[in-house]
Design a protein around this ligand. Sequence first.
Ligand SMILES: Nc1ncnc2c1ncn2[C@@H]1O[C@H](COP(=O)(O)OP(=O)(O)OP(=O)(O)O)[C@@H](O)[C@H]1O
Ligand SMILES: Nc1ccn([C@@H]2O[C@H](COP(=O)(O)O)[C@@H](O)[C@H]2O)c(=O)n1
Length: 283
Amino acid sequence: MSFPGSWIPRRLLRVLASGTTDGSFLQIVRANYRDKAASQSLTCYLRTPFATQFLRERSWVSFRTPESDSLLYQFPKYVSTEVENSEARDQHPMKAAKVVFVLGGPGSGKGTQCALIVEHFGFTHLSAGDLLRAEIKSGSQNGAMIQSMIKEGKIVPSEVTVKLLQKAMLSSDNDKFLIDGFPRNEENRSAFELITGIRPEFILFFECSEKEMEKRVLGRNEGRIDDNIETIKKRFKVFIDSGLPVLKHYDSLGKLRKINGDRMKEEVFESVRPLFTAFAKKD
Ligand SMILES: Nc1ncnc2c1ncn2[C@@H]1O[C@H](COP(=O)(O)OP(=O)(O)OP(=O)(O)O)[C@@H](O)[C@H]1O
Ligand SMILES: Nc1ccn([C@@H]2O[C@H](COP(=O)(O)O)[C@@H](O)[C@H]2O)c(=O)n1
């Protein structure tokens, strides 16, 4: 199938997500276009500075550069039919999952509180940072890139992180997930929502002073390459620059739950507990 972008009128297009990958600009767009000849709907396409091929595969929609055939972006086929076929969307295995995002600066206590929530409320804890570190250890071809991003306190491209989260969710028997350290920026957020179709139940946000966070991270002693003062400063900046817009977004939707994380861990958990008790009752 040829790339349809050149002959779909602009007014029929709506931008769903944009970002960069492989150093090139990427934009996923929904096109309200019906291909009469093939009697199927084309709902997404990708724009990059160079010509791009649109491929339909058995269960994935993929975008590749014609020159190198390197994969630029891939997402489950249901996303492409989502707009026109609500039945397919409802059948997607991830659609029923309940997700709580857990956010806060480095060392604010996200992982510590997640362990307590798992113990008391039966969630599965997925830490985006842990999944990325496991990917480095696995010897994956993305390993070197991820390692250098983590060392610099930078955010790894969303397609990598979302794919790891998606894989972990699909291989779990549970349907309740705490996703810790994600979304770290607007690109993370829109990619997750686009790819999984999931909207979080609420966002748990641990507020903590930089002084306390710095003390905790420097005292953590887990051998992490980013637990040093130089990288910590960079991580604080990234949290302010990229993380706060995400918190603002969820606050505007009434989904943000702020917790004072500056206290002892038991005290912090006493503020977390009622949120999950209420959620369990509703569920
Ligand atoms: N309330 C607390 N009081 C004192 N120390 C704490 C508290 N919560 C966590 N810690 C300690 O602080 C360190 C960082 O905690 P934790 O790993 O939970 O933070 P995090 O937000 O997940 O960090 P990161 O984003 O860097 O992974 C750990 O050594 C942990 O034991
Ligand atoms: N969504 C994410 C989460 C993490 N990273 C990278 O991993 C580093 C460590 O994360 P922690 O949550 O374990 O502190 C973080 O500084 C990022 O480099 C990411 O890119 N995207």
